[in-house]
Design a protein around this ligand. Structure first.
Ligand code: BTX
Length: 326
C-alpha cells in the first residue's frame, strides 16, 4: 500500500491530492493513508502536507531504499533480494548471516551508515551516514575454494568500470583490494567466504565507496590517504545511479568468469592497475621487502622483482613507493 500511495503522489507531483481522494482511489482508510505518508516522510521522501489541500510530492529521497533500488536496477540476479538498514554494525556481518541461513545468490545488504564497518585484518572502515555506498553482495560461485581470492580482483574490475563510467573520475586498481583516485583510496573491498574442502558455500563481497564526502568529513587518521568520488570529480555524485551501475558491472564480470574463466578479467585488471610497473614495499604476513611489481599470475598473486629473483605475494599490504625523481 505504501508503494501505491507513493506512486500516486509521484504521478500527481504537480498538484495537491487530498487524503480523502487517496483513500477512495486506493480503497484504504484515511488513518492508514496518514500513517503511510508519515512512514514515507520518515524514510526520507519529501512530502508536503497542507491542512485543506492535502499532500504533494516534493522530492525523491536521497536514501538507497529497496523500492528505489528495484526501480533503477538493470542487473537481473544481483539485487533481486535487498536488505536495507539505516544504520548497522557491518553490512558484511548481516550478509554472512543471511548467506548462512540460505538466502539466494545475488542478495544484497545496503546501509546508510556502518557503526563498525570492517576492513581486512580487523581494521576499521569509516562509513558515515548517507555519504557513501556501504554494500555487501552474496554470491554462491561454482568455483573451487582456492579460486575465491580472485573474487576480490573480479569485483575491483567491475566496480572500477562502474565508477569511471558514472563519474569520469579516472580511478585505478591497487593490488589487491583498493581503488584509488589521484593516489588516494576511494573504494575498499573485503571478500569473506565460507567453504567446505572442495566447494564454496558462499562468498560475501563487501564494498565501501566514498561517494559524497568533503575533505573535512574524513577523520584525521585517514584525511591524507582517503578521498571521495565527489572530491575527485568536482561535483556531487548520484548514489543510486552509481549503486545500480556497480551491481550491473559486477554481474557482468561474474558472468564472464563463469563462462570464460578468470583470464579475461585478470587481463582487464592489469590494464586498470596502478600497481604494476611501480616500486612497491610489501608488508606480508611473515616478511617485509621491496621490489618492482611486474605482473600478477593466474592465481591473482602479485609478482615482484627483487635482487634475489621474483617473489610471489598472495596476501598482504602493498604500498607504492614514490619514484626516485619525486
Ligand atoms: P583495508 O584493510 O584494505 O583498509 C582499511 C584501512 O583503510 C583502514 O585501516 C584505514 O587506514 C583506511 N580507511 C578506513 N576507512 C576508510 C575510508 N572510508 N576511505 C579510505 N580509507 C579508509 C578495505 O580494507 C576494505 C573495506 C571494505 C569496507 C566494506 S563497506 C561494506 C562492507 N561492510 C564492512 O564492514 N566492510 C565492507
Amino acid at each position: 500500500m505504501r508503494t501505491a500511495i507513493l506512486e500516486l503522489l509521484k504521478k500527481n507531483s504537480d498538484q495537491y491530492i487530498s487524503g480523502e481522494n487517496i483513500s477512495q482511489l486506493l480503497k484504504v482508510s484515511r488513518t492508514a493513508v496518514w500513517k503511510h505518508i508519515r512512514a514515507l516522510k520518515q524514510a526520507g521522501y519529501e512530502i508536503e502536507a497542507h491542512p485543506r489541500l492535502g499532500y504533494v510530492f516534493r522530492q525523491m529521497t536521497e536514501r538507497l531504499l529497496p523500492g528505489e533500488i528495484k526501480a533503477h536496477l538493470t542487473s537481473s540476479v544481483l539485487g533481486r533480494e535487498i536488505h536495507y538498514f539505516s544504520e548497522i554494525d557491518s553490512t558484511n556481518n548481516a550478509a554472512k548471516k543471511l548467506a548462512a541461513d540460505g538466502c539466494p545468490e545475488g542478495t544484497i545488504v545496503v546501509a546508510e551508515e556502518q557503526l563498525t564497518g570492517r576492513g581486512r585484518l580487523a581494521r576499521g572502515w569509516y562509513s558515515p551516514f548517507g555519504k557513501g555506498i556501504w554494500l555487501s553482495v552474496v554470491l554462491r560461485p561454482p568455483f573451487a575454494p582456492m579460486e575465491a581470492a580472485k573474487c576480490t580482483l573480479m569485483a575491483a574490475v567491475g566496480i572500477n568500470r562502474a565508477i569511471n563510467a558514472v563519474t569520469g573520475a579516472g580511478c585505478g586498481i591497487k593490488w589487491p583490494n583498493d581503488i584509488l583516485c589521484k593516489g588516494r583510496k576511494v573504494v575498499g573491498i573485503l571478500t569473506e567466504m565460507s567453504a567446505e574442502m572442495d566447494a564454496i558455500n558462499y562468498v560475501v563481497i563487501g564494498i565501501g565507496v566514498n561517494v559524497n564526502m568533503e575533505e573535512q568529513d574524513f577523520p584525521e587518521e585517514i584525511a591524507a590517504t582517503a578521498t571521495s568520488l565527489a572530491m575527485a570529480a568536482g561535483c556531487r555524485i548520484p548514489r543510486m545511479k552509481l549503486l545500480t551501475a556497480i551491481l550491473a558491472e559486477l554481474e557482468n564480470v561474474y558472468s564472464t568468469v563463469k563462462t570464460s574463466g578468470f583470464a579475461p578479467i585478470l587481463a582487464e585488471w592489469k590494464s586498470q592497475s596502478i600497481t604494476l610497473g611501480q616500486q612497491v614495499a610489501v608488508n606480508g604476513i611473515d616478511r617485509n621487502f621491496t621490489g618492482l611489481a611486474v605482473d600478477i599470475d593466474a592465481d591473482g598473486a602479485l609478482l615482484i622483482k627483487t635482487p634475489q629473483g621474483i617473489e610471489r605475494v598472495l596476501a598482504g599490504d602493498v604500498s607504492i613507493r614514490p619514484s626516485i625523481e619525486e
